[in-house]
Write a protein that binds this ligand. Structure first.
Ligand code: TXA
Ligand code: MG
Length: 522
């Protein structure tokens, strides 16, 4: 099919009206997104909408009118609350659902006994509807599942060759679809948030519900209040993940991610490839740019996208609702501080792994240093140790660590005594330090009972002969001493069984192992 690209001239609009009247499909701009119109009273024409979009047939369409007087014939009754909303918000980005009249066929309503009605404010949309002389069924003019089109260019991308005509009427004002509210239930319920906000609606008809599916994923056994809720939506090819964090934490996080794209606000300090969607705390600007931004990310070939989280009040609710679907409900919460513990037997090479994690932007807490500092600035602790292990372990007012090491590594009881004195102090100090997402580099993570502080634990290990070799070279000690060191620690098996992930550091590709683990953790 040859798809005609029309202008907004008188001639073209009346041509569009004629195509619609005769059962054809025409895409046209509205103040929300582009719609794909057909005569709502012509079931065959409406069927073709589902075919062109690849839309499931149980997902009903919105019927658009150009005059308030055209609503009554489509519905059983205009209830008082419906009338109040029509008076207050028509024409605008609001769709109301009422019981349908006999005029509305089963194809438009997806087999339901209700119908969704909207009167767009956009001048071109109104002219097209009037020119057609009929109510116009119109979903968003995108291929089912893709972001709704806010520019004619994207309608052309999706619909060329599949429909009769596309009217190029410039960019859409709001950029997200209309608010959908059902008045066919006992309490009016918002099924999809849009530019007409909950707050605006409540100021007219009092309290309304917001369907749970607006901000959360639907449970598997749940029946959709609106069929559209259960389908995949707005999803670009890229995998989108929402990052719940303040500006600075978000910037640090994305700037440490390789091979990823950022979907951020204007002015964010981001040094990986990025696309913006509006300004922070300006929900209208975010709404108007979100879908374009999602399409741009695909054009740029993004595979993985980290998106900044919008506020969820006002029009932000609509922005969040679309973004969370584009992200398939994946959110990384960096507001809740979380700690990744890295541990493992001596000589496994934890240091190398922690260095890599630090390059990726994690704050590393080195527990050995924490312990060293504790010895140095905790006089009471030193006294207690001297009492237990003899004054020999103090030299020039400071702890002689190698002396202490000699004593405890040769005697298990002494080692556990030392641990019982030191670990509670370490635990407290680590807790103070890990207020932001961080990595705890903790050889003695289990002995110090730090596992409860960790969101996930990564164990780093290597073959025993490799570990022995590393210890001997690092500390300049004999094989026997190195073996003694290893035997004084927990077994490799214990580390592995009590960790969430294991990294093998025998010279394999460590970075890929870590990347895969982080992918899962985050
Ligand atoms: O802004 C808009 O509303 C745009 C422009 C073109 O007007 N249209 C639009 O239509 O977004 P569509 O089909 O993409 O989304 C309509 C949503 C779907 O989620 C559908 O399930 C829901 O409204 N819906 C339609 N009729 C319904 C009904 N009778 N009961 C429950 N949900 C309904
Ligand atoms: Mg749609």
């Amino acid at each position: 099919m040859n798809t005609r690209i029309l202008t907004t001239s008188e001639y073209d609009i009346s041509l569009a009206g004629q195509i619609l009247r005769e059962g054809g499909l025409v895409a046209f701009p509205t103040e929300t997104v582009y719609g794909l119109g057909a005569n709502a009273l012509d079931e065959n024409a409406v069927k073709n909408i589902y075919i062109a979009k690849g839309r499931p047939s149980d997902n009903p369409l919105i019927v658009h009118v150009a005059d308030k007087a055209d609503i009554a014939p489509l519905v059983k009754e205009i209830t008082p609350k419906a009338q109040a909303l029509i008076d207050a918000f028509f024409p605008n980005a609001l769709t109301i659902i009422l019981k349908k009249s006999e005029l509305i066929g089963n194809v438009v309503s997806g087999g339901l006994d209700t119908v969704a009605v909207r009167m767009p404010e956009n001048e071109v949309a109104q002219r097209v509807i009037r020119a057609s002389g009929c109510p116009i069924a119109a979903p968003s003019a995108n291929t089912s599942g893709l972001p709704s089109p806010t520019k004619a260019k994207y309608v052309i991308d999706d619909m060329s060759g599949k429909i009769d005509a596309i009217i190029d009427g410039g960019d859409c004002k709001f950029g997200v679809e209309s608010t959908v509210i059902t008045l066919a239930t006992d309490t009016p319920t918002i099924l999809r948030p849009g530019a007409v906000t909950k707050e605006m609606i409540e100021s007219v008809i009092g309290e309304v519900n917001v369907s749970r599916a607006v901000l959360e994923g639907m449970r598997q056994d749940e029946v959709a209040e609106s069929p559209g809720m259960k389908y995949k939506h707005y999803s670009p090819n890229a995998r989108v993940v929402i990052v719940d964090a303040d500006k600075e934490t978000y910037e640090n996080f994305v700037n440490s991610r390789k091979d990823a794209f950022a979907l951020c606000f204007e002015g964010d300090n981001v040094n990986i490839p990025y696309v913006t969607f509006g300004r922070e705390n300006d929900d209208l600007s975010q709404a108007s740019e979100l879908f374009t931004a999602l399409r741009k990310l695909d054009e740029m070939g993004a595979k993985k996208v980290y998106a900044r989280i919008p506020n969820t009040d006002g029009v932000g609710m609509a922005v969040y609702n679309r973004l969370i679907r584009a992200a398939a409900f994946t959110v990384i919460d960096l507001k809740k501080p979380f700690t990744i513990g890295v541990t493992g037997p001596s000589g496994a090479g934890k240091g190398y792994i922690c260095k890599y994690l630090s390059e990726l932007g994690f704050n590393i807490i080195d527990c050995d240093t924490v312990v060293k500092n504790i010895y140095n600035d905790n006089f009471q602790l030193l006294e207690k140790l001297a009492e237990e292990f003899g004054n020999d372990i103090i030299r020039a007012g400071e702890l002689d660590r190698s002396k202490l090491g000699e004593i405890v590594f040769a005697d298990r009881d002494k080692l556990s005594k030392l641990n019982s004195i030191v670990h509670p102090v370490v635990e407290k100090r680590c807790e103070e330090l890990s207020k932001i997402p961080c990595v705890l580099d903790a050889p003695q993570l289990f002995e110090a009972k730090l596992q409860s502080k960790c969101y996930k634990i990564i164990c780093v290990t290597a073959d025993e002969n490799i570990r022995l070799d590393r210890i001997m070279r690092r500390d300049g000690i004999s094989l026997d001493k190195a073996r003694e060191r290893i035997n004084s620690q927990l077994s490799e098996k214990y580390y592995i069984e009590n960790s969430d992930y294991v990294v093998y550091n025998n010279g394999e590709d460590i970075k890929t192992q870590i990347d895969n683990i982080l992918e899962e953790i985050l």
